[in-house]
Design a protein around this ligand. Structure first.
Ligand code: SAH
Length: 243
């Protein structure tokens, strides 16, 4: 008996461990799959690339540990410094509206946790992301490099000023709401480019898409009402940035 057990036990323990590794490698995988099916596919997001990336991106790792259990819920989650990561559906919708292609250079205003940047980085050639809160810029940079996203550049600064050194961009996305689309950002959009942004005041914002034709003509339309944190005027942080 003893000999049989001593032979069997190590094998079954090894098998259990292997099974745990396979099944439990990402304890959030089942929640993420449910998120994609119930919150995103069911509400009409159909772009297979967007769905693939929403399935592949470990959203919980962009969310502070204290609120990590909310990572896959159908609501925005606070990430500190007054910022929130949008609910999964809004991230998916904005990503689909952006129609990013593999060769695109994308500008994001409002890095926050880095999650939206990570989603876009899997669909574009490079993502440039500007965050006004230095602590958020730093922690997003850390999260993104730990997870191996190597085609994202995060810069601490004011999104109203754009990123002249890297412009023009094929795609621009704002994840904080300005009262109006800053002209600097429209100027930094390449011909044939597309910009997606929440626009409006604290109480009333619309998700706007702007297209710039090859000839430079602007077409603009509204998609749905949304609620984002307002984009902060840069001078709030002006002193810290100029140091
Ligand atoms: N895209 C983020 C969510 C961003 S929340 C994510 O996936 O987690 C909006 C972010 O915009 C906040 O982090 C806020 O600090 C930042 N922000 C606000 N005003 C800004 C400005 N003028 N320039 C750059 N970032 C700004």
């Amino acid at each position: 008996m003893g000999t049989v057990l001593s032979r069997v036990a190590p094998i079954s323990i090894a098998m259990l461990a292997a099974a745990a590794l396979v099944l439990g490698a990402d304890p959030y995988a089942a929640q993420r799959e449910r998120m994609v099916r119930e919150q995103i596919e069911r509400r009409g997001i159909r772009d297979p690339e967007v769905l693939r990336v929403m399935r592949a991106t470990p959203r919980h790792l962009f969310i502070p540990e204290a609120v990590r259990s909310m990572a896959y819920e159908d609501c925005p989650v606070p990430i500190g410094f007054g910022a929130t990561i949008s609910e999964p559906y809004i991230v998916a919708l904005m990503t689909q509206l952006l129609e990013t292609a593999k060769n695109h250079r994308v500008l994001e205003i409002g890095t926050g946790s880095g999650y939206q940047a990570a989603v876009l980085a899997q669909l574009a050639s490079r993502v440039y992301s500007i965050e006004i809160v230095p602590e958020l810029a730093r922690s997003a940079r850390q999260t993104l490099s730990r997870l191996g996203y190597s085609n994202i550049v995060v810069r601490e600064g004011d999104g109203y000023k754009g990123w002249a050194e890297q412009a023009p961009f094929d795609r621009i996305i704002l994840t904080a709401a300005p009262p109006d689309i800053p002209q600097t950002l429209v100027d930094e959009l390449a011909p044939g480019g597309r910009l997606v942004a929440p626009v409006g005041s604290l109480g009333w914002q619309e998700l706007i898409v702007i297209e710039k034709s090859r000839a430079g003509a602007i077409r603009r339309w509204s998609v749905i009402p949304v609620s984002f944190m307002p984009m902060r005027p840069g001078d709030e942080f002006g002193e810290r940035q100029s140091r």
